[in-house]
Design a protein around this ligand. Structure first.
Ligand code: G4P
Length: 530
């Protein structure tokens, strides 16, 4: 098969949602369709429930599960689908942000009772940064949810994206009848069965009297009125606009009842983008280019502390990856032979010989690879668009066992390379401050430092609101700024300059007072005017 055909066959995507909206359930149903699993209940939720905050076994268990479900590959109707798992717990949002750099599109699950929730809003921001195409699946239609038009308005307003319903619910909750596919012009009647998948009934003309027989007169009348309104209000579905990330098609269903999932999947494989060109520091790379290139978006530490090897997850961006070949590690400026590459299938890992754009390859690594690293066949380019985001909670690391400071250094470095959290080192006093998105990471770090590196640490909360990466086209002004704010200047892991702002109001004041300094909330930025 040619590389073009391999690319045309692939869809690499992630499912995102606020916890409890139904991500795990939908994942499982999609895998059932792909024949990747045989029975319901096989996919374990990768979420850590709130009550398990201090339960180490729970965290470790989840770490084990998340390696197995990090990437789930399956075939459906001749299409190779790679589904990348994202952690459900919001404290691990940074992991999710990074995983989103490796997908070509996203399915967003929204609970029809709760509507758009905070986590969904944050994740949508990340999709927007990369213009990632989004499909919305409004879930739990078997419950008394909100009015579908209100839900669409809320998505447009809160997620700041245009929507286009491609299916429409007929009633909801106890009286839920099914959905009408506006895309296929077919009616799907609801049965609360987890196993029977009913074929759609073709109803090309919504005014066809058989509709009244199928769903009842009142429901038929309501559906006709709704469809008329939809056709009048929302422009026709445009695949280019969806693939550019400007319009999100919307589906309705009930994942737990396996209802609306097949229609979602059938449409997904038709409209979702195949692997797309990607930006690097040198040029845009087309997936069909002959030479292999890819980047590391996730590192997973071995569960066994005695063995330090880790798995690096590499997204293939162009060319063919062949096991046993030597590839160029751009950051280290040297070649590496990858003889132990692994492919991911649902619940399983197996050695692979080749991989194509869109595929994810697992590489066993003993500490050479870190998140964001690029591999090529020799070209010195670096994939961009894998930034760090400003953390939200900051704590200073205090070593409680002076005999173990070497182990602590090593442990911190490795955990940071895995992307568990971000480390900032202040210029003054070389104080080390860890920044995370959620509180849970501090417990994870403390636990893992102790168990894997025998280092004992404590954390001292810091009064920091945001870490802002700073830059200026005027070198002199930048030096002046650093001098006047020395106490608040730190470096990130790549030695980039960071300003640690104490409060929102103070940051605003500093920004006003130093107009020549640019403040950025992600580690990757372009200076205006440069
Ligand atoms: P998440 O990964 O997004 O956090 O959500 P998950 O799939 O775990 O689903 C959260 C809860 O919502 C689960 O119930 C699940 O069964 C339920 N659910 C998913 N889809 C639907 C649906 O279409 N309708 C209804 N009514 N419920 C749905 P749970 O009680 O938390 O867990 P479980 O004991 O059922 O596994």
């Amino acid at each position: 098969m040619s590389i073009e055909e391999e690319i045309a066959k692939r869809r690499t995507f992630g499912i995102i949602s606020h916890p409890d909206a139904g991500k795990t359930t939908l994942t499982e149903k999609l895998l059932l369709f792909g024949g990747a699993i045989q029975k319901a209940g096989a996919v374990k939720s990768s979420k850590i429930k709130d009550h398990a905050r201090s339960d180490w076994m729970e965290i470790e268990k989840q770490r084990g599960i998340s390696v197995a479900t990090s990437v789930m590959g399956f075939n459906y109707q001749g299409i190779k689908i790679n589904l990348l798992d994202t952690p459900g717990h919001q404290d691990f949002a940074e992991d999710t942000y990074r995983t989103l750099t490796a997908v070509d599109s996203v399915i967003m699950v929204i609970d029809c009772v709760k509507g758009v929730e905070t986590q969904t809003e944050k994740l949508m921001e990340v999709c927007r940064m990369r213009s990632t195409p989004v499909i919305c699946f409004i879930n739990k239609l078997d419950r008394e949810g909100r009015d579908p038009f209100d839900l669409l308005d809320e998505i447009e307003e809160k997620l700041n994206i245009r929507v286009r319903p491609l299916s429409w619910p007929i009633s909801m909750g106890k009286t839920f009848k099914g959905v009408y596919s506006l895309y296929e012009k077919s009616l799907h009647l609801f049965t609360a069965s987890k196993t029977v998948i009913q074929e759609g009934i073709q109803v090309d003309n919504i005014h066809d009297p058989q509709l009244d027989n199928l769903v009842g007169e009142n429901n038929a009348r309501q559906l006709r009125a709704d469809v008329e309104l939809i056709e009048g209000v929302y422009p026709d579905f445009n695949i280019e606009k969806y693939q550019a990330g400007n319009v999100a098609p919307v589906f309705f269903g009930s994942a737990v009842n396996n209802f609306g999932v097949k229609e979602l999947l059938d449409t997904f494989i038709r409209i979702a983008p195949t692997p797309r060109p990607r930006e690097t520091t040198l040029r845009s790379i087309e997936p069909a280019e002959k030479k292999f290139s890819g980047f590391v978006f996730k590192i997973h530490a071995n569960m066994d502390p005695k063995h330090r090897n880790r798995i690096a997850f590499v997204r293939v961006c162009s060319g063919e990856f062949e096991r046993g070949n030597t590839y160029f590690h751009v950051r280290q400026n040297k070649g590496f032979r990858f003889s132990n590459a692994t492919a991911f299938l649902a619940q399983d890992r197996e050695t692979i010989d080749e991989a194509w754009p869109g595929d994810i390859v697992g590489i066993y690594d003993t500490g050479n690879l870190k998140i964001g690293d690029t591999l090529t066949e020799g070209e010195k380019l670096q994939y961009t668009g894998i930034p760090s985001f400003s953390p939200e909670i900051f704590k200073e690391v205090v070593n409680k066992d002076a005999m173990k400071s070497k182990q602590l250094e090593k442990g911190l470095l490795q955990l940071m390379e895995e992307g568990v959290a971000q480390l900032f080192t202040f210029d003054v006093g070389k104080r080390k401050v860890i920044g995370t998105v959620g509180a849970l990471q501090f417990e994870v770090i403390q636990f893992r430092l102790k168990h894997e590196y025998s280092a004992t640490v404590e954390f001292v909360p810091q009064n920091i609101y945001k870490a802002c990466w700073i830059s200026s086209v005027n070198e002199g002004k930048l030096r002046e700024f650093i001098q006047s704010k020395l106490r608040y200047i730190a470096r990130d892991k790549e030695d980039k300059l960071v300003f640690m702002a104490e409060s929102k109001a103070w940051l605003q004041m500093v920004q006003d007072n130093f107009p020549d300094i640019n403040f950025h909330f992600t580690s990757e930025f372009k200076d205006p005017g440069s």
